[in-house]
Design a protein. Sequence first.
Length: 262
Amino acid sequence: SPGEAQATAKLKEVEGRELLAKGDAFKVLGNNQSAEAAYTEVIQKFPELAPLAAARIKALANGTATVSTATPSATAIARIDTLVREQRDREALTEVAAAMRGNSNSRELKDVKAALESLQASNDIYTELQKITEAGLGRVRDCRDLDDDERAREFRDSFEKMQTRFGERARKPRTLFLEQKYSDVQSSLSAARSDAADLCSELNSASEMCERKSEKAGEKSTGVKGFGISLGGGGDKRKAQRYRDFSESFRKLADQAKAHSK
């Protein structure tokens, strides 16, 4: 499908940019041979990024970087990038702390630390949002077993779109970090919290829908009217109770999402 093709293309771009970042890390360490090998691999595997890789190879040919010219901060950042690329974020934080003990005034290291903390926080939020959204989809399926109406289908579509969006956005901070766009990583954390607030709102709307359906199912059905009296049967108490349970379940999920919006 078009959506799957777009997601695949985006993932491929992320892989290519991570390989570019790997080459950049080698360059910082003065290992120009390994840097050129990484850039060449980008040209071979990721044509859309070939101009960027070719420009880096040209810069290598004109550069004079060596291991001895790499600053302590740059060397530490290169190690941290490797750990982040391998998704070893906790080890990367330990590496930052160790580097800052010997260079506590480094602006670079402070920026890296703040971005890494934002990356980890953003990752934690999206991991939880994915779980909450999946639970919300389960409740929607239960609701549709009772009444497969248009509103229930709208909630299904909404949660499925959120699930896809959260998966895509969860990968973005890592890519930004490896591109050394540290301020953008911190902005991604704000976006994650905003997504949590959006999910909370949608779950509360689903809860309200179920509450209304519970009230409707529990209403008495009116039969013959006359002489000041109404004759009729009671509502579907079992169905009303199920909708009350669904409403409460959605509300609890909304509270979980809200906790990640702050």
